[in-house]
Design a protein around this ligand. Structure first.
Ligand code: NAP
Length: 460
C-alpha cells in the first residue's frame, strides 16, 4: 500500500509520502539503540516531565490534530478531539503512576533477601493501525518510555500525517533524538524489521493477518510480542434491561468511529421477550442517523476509512445475504461521493453462513434473538474472537454472572466495551494476547529481574 493521505469523504488524494530507504531505516534503528543507552539511565522525574509536556502539547494542538485525524481516516471531528484528549490523559497517567508501578517488589524467600527490580529491555517496535491514530500510539509509547525503553513506530500507511505529527510533538516537547521515531514504511518492510538484533520486542494492533505475520517473525527471532487484534463483541440485552437507554448505547456501540472500532458492539444478542421492541427501536434510531461530512458538527455517521474498506464491507454484507441472511436496514453504499456505507442491520444469520464467524468492521449490526440467558452466553462465546463484550440489565449481580461466563478479555455491564487510561485493554483467542493500559500494560516489555542477596557461606 502506498503511503498517502486520501480524504475518505471525497476519495481525493491529498498528499503522498516517500517510503524511507533501507539506509534511513538502519540509521533510525541505530539512533533508537543509542538513545536507549542514555535514556535507560534517566530518572522517573525527567521522564515524567517529558510525558506531561507531551500531554500539554496535545491539548494545545487539539483542533489542528483532530482535523488531521478526520482528514486522513474520516472520524467525526468531535470524536477526533475526544481521541486527542484521551491520548493526553494516557501520557499524564503514566507520567504520574509509572514510578510506583515499577517500584521494587520485595519477595519473602525462606532464606535471605530477594526482590524484583523492573528494568527496561531496549528498542521496541510498534506497528499501529489507522482507526485511532493518536490513542493507539499513546497507549504503546507512554508506558514504555516511562520504563526506559525507546520506541520505533510503523504507523498505518493511510495516516502518514498523523504519524509525522506525533514525532514532531515528541521533538517539540524536548525528547532526545532517537527516543521516539516514526518510520514511514510499508508493511512488508515492517515485518522484516523484526529480525534486526537491535529491536528487542514488538507490539502490533491491527488485523489477524498482520498479527500472525509479525508474531511469526517475532517467534522466529525469539522476541516477545503483544498483539491487539480484531473482535466481534457481543452486546447482550437481558429481559429486564432499560430498553430506551440500552438502544441508545447499542447505536453508539455500533457506529462509534464510523463502525470501525475493534471493540465495537457487532453482534446484538437479545432475549426473545424483548427482541421485537429492541429491534424496532434500534432500527428506527439507526435509520435516522445523519450521514455526511465528518467535519460537519451535525453529522452522526461519517465515511469508512477508505474506498477499499467501504467496498469490502458492502461485499461482506452481500455475501451474508447470499449465504441466507436478511437485510432489515441499509445494506448498500450511500449514493454520494466518498467511502460511505449505509447503517445496516442483518438478521437470520445462521452458523453455516460463510461470514458468520467474521468481524464486520463498519456500521453493520448482526441481530440475533435467543430464548434465554444461557443461549445468549453460548452464542456470545461461539466466536473465534475474544476481545470485549457487554451485558445490559438492571440487575447488576445478574450482569456479573453473565459477564463471568463470557470468554473475552473485557466485559462491560450497561456500557459498550470502552477504554480508559487506568483500565487494562486486550483480548484472548484470535483477538490477540497481552494487555495495554493500566498497570498491566506497563508490565509487558519489562525485565522483571530477580536480585538475590545471600549470606556469604562456604560452598560445598
Ligand atoms: P491492518 O491492515 O492489520 O493494519 C494495522 C497495521 O499493521 C498497519 O500499520 C499496517 O500497515 C500493518 N500491517 C499490515 N499487514 C502487515 C504485515 N503483514 N506485516 C506487518 N505489518 C502489517 O489492520 P487495519 O485494517 O488497519 O485495522 C483493522 C483491524 O485492526 C480490525 O480487525 C480491528 O478490529 C483491529 N484493531 C484492533 C485493536 C485492538 O486493540 N485489539 C485496535 C484497533 C484495531 P499498512 O497500513 O502499511 O498496511
Amino acid at each position: 500500500m502506498s503511503i498517502q493521505t486520501i480524504n475518505p469523504t471525497t476519495n481525493k488524494v491529498i498528499k503522498t509520502f516517500t517510503e524511507m530507504t533501507e539506509k534511513q531505516v538502519h540509521e533510525a534503528v541505530e539512533k533508537a539503540s543509542n538513545a536507549y543507552e542514555s535514556w535507560k539511565k534517566t530518572d522517573y522525574k525527567l521522564r515524567s516531565a517529558l510525558l506531561h509536556k507531551i500531554a500539554d502539547l496535545l491539548r494545545e494542538q487539539e483542533d489542528l490534530l483532530a482535523k488531521m485525524i478526520t482528514l486522513e481516516m474520516g472520524k467525526l471531528l468531535a470524536h477526533a478531539k475526544g481521541e486527542i484528549k484521551l491520548s493526553a490523559e494516557i501520557f499524564d497517567y503514566y507520567a504520574n503512576n509509572a514510578e510506583s508501578f515499577m517500584a521494587d517488589k520485595i519477595l519473602h524467600p525462606t532464606h535471605g533477601q530477594a526482590f524484583i527490580r523492573h528494568a527496561p529491555i531496549g528498542v521496541l517496535l510498534g506497528v499501529e493501525p489507522w482507526n485511532f491514530p493518536f490513542y493507539q500510539v499513546a497507549r504503546f509509547a507512554a508506558p514504555n518510555i516511562m520504563i526506559g525503553n525507546t520506541i520505533l513506530v510503523k504507523h498505518a500507511s493511510m495516516v502518514p500525517q498523523c504519524g509525522v505529527a506525533i514525532e514532531e510533538i515528541f521533538k517539540e516537547a524536548g525528547a532526545p533524538s532517537g527516543l521516539y521515531t516514526n518510520l514511514l514504511l510499508s508493511s512488508t518492510n515492517a515485518s522484516a524489521l523484526v529480525a534486526d538484533k537491535r529491536i528487542k520486542a514488538v507490539s502490533l494492533t491491527g488485523s489477524e493477518a498482520a498479527g500472525a505475520s509479525i508474531a511469526a517473525e517475532a517467534g522466529k527471532y525469539l522476541k516477545k510480542s503483544v498483539l491487539e487484534l480484531g473482535g466481534s463483541d457481543a452486546f447482550i440485552v437481558l429481559d429486564d434491561a432499560d430498553m430506551d437507554k440500552t438502544v441508545e448505547w447499542a447505536v453508539i456501540g455500533r457506529i462509534n468511529n464510523n463502525g470501525q472500532s475493534c471493540v465495537a458492539a457487532k453482534r446484538f444478542i437479545v432475549l426473545e421477550s424483548v427482541a421485537d421492541i429492541f429491534l424496532d427501536k434500534f432500527k428506527t434510531k439507526l435509520s435516522q442517523l445523519i450521514v455526511g461530512d465528518p467535519m460537519d458538527a451535525s453529522t452522526q455517521l461519517g465515511p469508512m476509512s477508505s474506498e477499499v474498506a467501504a467496498e469490502q464491507i458492502a461485499a461482506q454484507v452481500q455475501k451474508a445475504v447470499d449465504g441466507g441472511a436478511t437485510i432489515l436496514l441499509g445494506g448498500k453504499r450511500v449514493k454520494r461521493e466518498g467511502a460511505f456505507m449505509e447503517p445496516t442491520i442483518i438478521t437470520n444469520m445462521q452458523r453455516d453462513n460463510p461470514v458468520y464467524y467474521q468481524e464486520f468492521f463498519g456500521p453493520v449490526a448482526i441481530f440475533f434473538r435467543v430464548k434465554d440467558e444461557q443461549e445468549a452466553i453460548d452464542l456470545a462465546n461461539d466466536s473465534p474472537y475474544g476481545l470485549g463484550g457487554s451485558v445490559f440489565t438492571q440487575d447488576i449481580e445478574r450482569g456479573k454472572r453473565v459477564a463471568d461466563q463470557i470468554d473475552t478479555g473485557m466485559v462491560f455491564i450497561n456500557h459498550p466495551t470502552g477504554t480508559e487510561a487506568d483500565l487494562p485493554f486486550g483480548g484472548i483467542k484470535r483477538s490477540g494476547y497481552g494487555r495495554e493500559l493500566s498497570e498491566l500494560g506497563i508490565n509487558e516489555f519489562v525485565n522483571k529481574k530477580l536480585i538475590r542477596v545471600s549470606e556469604l557461606s562456604d560452598p560445598f
